[in-house]
Write a protein that binds this ligand. Structure first.
Ligand code: NDP
Length: 449
């Protein structure tokens, strides 16, 4: 391999790229990582981490309200957006530094700059040329706005993390993860929030009940839902904006956030010229071992557009490192990927939706419950928890576990282990509950639909 400058050159210092580089170096590979922005990628800089910090801030409002029923009088509580931004930025800077240190300690050479693939083994960073036995494309994705007049007047989640001030009113467009999370954040922080979605059902791809229940809960929390409405354009309206809808209606607002999906970052990378096949939406096409149509060029994470989740990119990075430098070809199992949506209330989900389970397994039994958790008996909150198990009728195996409610992600993470072990409903039933918790309901669901 000494004919090349490195054994691996990674382009992109996000979750997947950093993990693949670090683990490859631990197996003895000589690795360079090229990043043009801050280390940590979308998750650390404009995704999971700052979003969850904002979500905590938004939740504090309902915590204050809930506290009253427990005897607390909370007066004079004030929210300061600038303080939240400054504290969030400080934490992100700390994490950027940790990523740099982790790479340095692993012996990975970090190069700042924008890389372009020249050929199967060569990368250019400006005038500098570097070669490697293997190239890894881990450049992530970017938020996209729909092609409608005035779209430039709206922002994406990238800008939402750096707003100078909170608006009085916001329209969030979309019905996926980012839309429901940001609608919940703005609403919790006191912004009059409208969630505009082109379907009646939120969270396409999730179990249908989750979208339905979430819509009810969001409305109950004060979010205005404009469902089954397409955005047709944006226009200035005095000091504010007007969202024009396909139905002919319009909504006036101060800020529009497009949460209408993300596309792979491949522009200017020279991939097509190097012979790398891309899908229609730009995603790098790879095989089960993350190898592109050029055998020495690999890709992982959001740029391959399989599952746009940080833990998936991390696992893909680990698998690739093992395949390339440990002589241990590793395939990732994409079944049972647990996920959480940090809307208010949270959603947690693992395994198959009811619809997918029926499609794959035929007859299924459905267990569901919706109830007021203990805390609400004193807090007075109207929030209700929803839980659902999808069970294969023939084997009794639990195929899916889904929840809307506080800390749903924390609860579903544990159930994901059970589902990965092939747990049956009988084994759920034989597990003792922890009382009094919300989670115990998952082991006491007795009534089939
Ligand atoms: P999603 O693909 O999840 O959702 C995009 C939404 O925008 C969909 O509801 C879609 O509607 C709608 N949409 C798309 N195009 C248009 C259009 N032209 N006009 C109106 N509506 C439109 O993307 P997100 O941007 O929410 O998130 C991207 C990915 O990031 C997610 O898939 C997820 O993997 C990841 N993510 C994960 C998080 C987590 O783990 N908690 C948090 C945030 C993001 P339709 O359903 O009709 O297609």
């Amino acid at each position: 391999m000494a004919q090349y400058d490195y054994d691996l050159i990674t382009i992109g210092g996000g979750s997947g790229g950093v993990r693949a580089s670090r683990i490859s170096a631990s197996y003895g590979a000589r690795v360079a990582l090229i990043e043009s922005g801050d280390l940590g990628g979308t998750c650390v800089n404009v995704g999971c981490i700052p979003k969850k910090l904002f979500s905590y801030a938004a939740h504090a409002a309902s915590d204050f309200a809930d506290a009253r029923g427990f005897g607390w009088s909370v007066t004079g509580a004030q929210f300061d957006w600038k303080t939240l931004l400054a504290n969030k930025d400080r934490e992100i800077t700390r994490l950027n530094g940790i990523y740099a240190k982790v790479l340095q300690d692993a012996g990975v050479k970090v190069i700042t700059g924008r890389a372009r693939v020249v050929d199967a083994h060569t990368v250019a960073i400006g005038e500098q040329m570097l070669s490697a036995a293997h190239l890894l494309i881990a450049t992530g994705g970017h938020a996209v706005k729909p092609d409608i007049p005035g779209a430039e007047l709206g922002i994406t989640s990238d800008q939402a993390f750096h707003l100078d001030a909170l608006p009085r009113r916001v329209v969030v467009i979309g019905g996926g993860y980012i839309a429901v999370e940001f609608a919940s954040i703005f609403n919790g922080l006191g912004v009059a929030t409208t969630l505009l979605h082109r379907r009646t059902q939120l969270l396409r791809g999730f179990d249908e009940d989750l979208g339905k229940v979430l819509a009810e809960e969001l409305a109950q929390h004060g979010i205005t839902l404009a469902l089954n409405e397409t955005p047709a354009g944006l226009a200035r309206d005095g000091d504010g904006l007007r969202v024009l809808l396909g139905s002919g209606r319009s909504i006036s607002t101060d800020l529009v956030l497009f949460a209408t999906g993300r596309l792979p970052n491949v522009a200017g990378l020279g991939l097509v010229e190097a012979g790398v096949k891309l899908a229609k939406n730009g995603a790098v096409q790879v095989d089960d071992f993350y190898c592109s149509s050029v055998p020495s060029i690999h890709a992982i994470g959001d740029v391959i557009d399989r599952v746009q989740l940080t833990p998936v990119a991390l696992a893909e990075g680990m698998a690739l490192a093992r395949t390339l430098f440990k002589n241990d070809p590793a395939k990732l199992d994409y079944a049972n990927i647990p996920t959480a949506v940090f809307s208010h209330p949270h959603i947690g989900s693992v395994g198959l939706s009811e619809a997918k389970a029926r499609e794959k397994h035929g007859a299924v039994d459905i267990y569901r419950t919706r109830f007021r958790p203990l805390k609400t008996t004193l807090s007075g909150s109207a929030e209700r928890v929803f839980m659902k198990l999808v069970v294969a009728r023939d084997s009794g195996r639990v195929l899916g576990a889904h929840m809307v409610g506080a800390e749903a992600g924390e609860i579903i993470q544990g159930l994901a282990v059970a589902l990965n072990c092939g747990a049956t409903k009988a084994q759920f039933d034989a597990t003792l509950g922890i009382h009094p918790t919300t989670a115990e309901e998952f082991v006491t669901l007795r009534n089939k639909d």
